[in-house]
Write a protein that binds this ligand. Structure first.
Ligand code: B16
Ligand code: MG
Length: 216
């Protein structure tokens, strides 16, 4: 029996990947690097600075910038990204999310967020679902990002369950690898890219119920 749920944010609760992409593309263009949607797949679930490093390597500019200049580039991207987030509303929840979270709350199954995004609290507020989560792991406090299991282990701890008692939801391979390394039951939310190692793959949260998952 499972006792709680741990959710990734981008790609599971809402589709902010398109805004991350627009903001990274703009930033990359401004320094003469071209990225496309295929390359963007490598940035899903990956923290901001590591994403920037990957873009710089991709553009052959890994050694071009000082640490301060990289901080400024990451800030430029985030400022644009946060501008794009201003118009988020509860309508931007992915299909089935609202109902699934309501069902979990009714059944007293605690939920936590394990997102690499430092903007997660703001995004959840805009989506009107922040109160559905008992815990949001602060990614700034992590030693290692996804695919390391740390964020998932910390999320389970925060809702007082063991990783083995948790079901984790992810849309990105780095996150799924982290969930499995944490010894959780892994639900992969399909977003168009092949996912490996999930215990169950769904297209949307409407495809599964809280009752079904707690029996796993
Ligand atoms: P921020 P997730 C991740 O969210 C995104 O998938 C990834 O593209 C982004 O770089 C990362 O958050 C950091 O986001 O710049 O807002 O701190 O999928 O872990 O919910
Ligand atoms: Mg994600």
């Amino acid at each position: 029996m499972k006792k709680g749920f741990v959710f990734d944010l981008d790609g599971v609760i809402t589709d902010t990947a398109k805004y991350h992409y627009l903001a990274w593309k703009d930033l990359a263009d401004s320094i003469g690097i071209e990225i496309d949607l295929k390359f963007n797949e490598q940035l899903k679930g990956i923290d901001r600075m590591t994403s920037l490093e990957r873009i710089l390597i991709h553009g052959g500019k890994a050694d071009t910038y000082t640490a301060e200049e990289k901080d400024a580039l990451a800030l430029q991207k985030n400022t644009h990204y946060v501008e794009l987030l201003q118009d988020l509303t509860p309508e931007d929840l992915l299909p089935g999310v609202k109902e699934f979270l309501e069902e979990a709350q009714t059944k007293d199954v605690p939920c936590a967020i394990a997102s690499a995004s430092k903007n997660a609290p703001f995004i959840l507020e805009k989506l009107g679902v922040k109160n559905a989560f008992e815990a949001i792991v602060d990614p700034a406090t992590l030693k290692k990002g996804k695919p390391d299991p740390e964020i998932f282990v910390r999320a389970a701890e925060a809702i007082n369950i063991t990783p083995e008692e948790a079901v984790g939801f992810e849309d990105a391979q780095a996150g799924l690898d982290g969930i499995k390394a944490a010894n959780m039951y892994a639900v992969g939310v399909y977003s168009g890219e092949e996912l490996h190692g999930a215990d169950l793959i769904v297209n949307k949260l409407t495809d599964i119920s809280v009752d079904e998952l707690i029996q796993k």
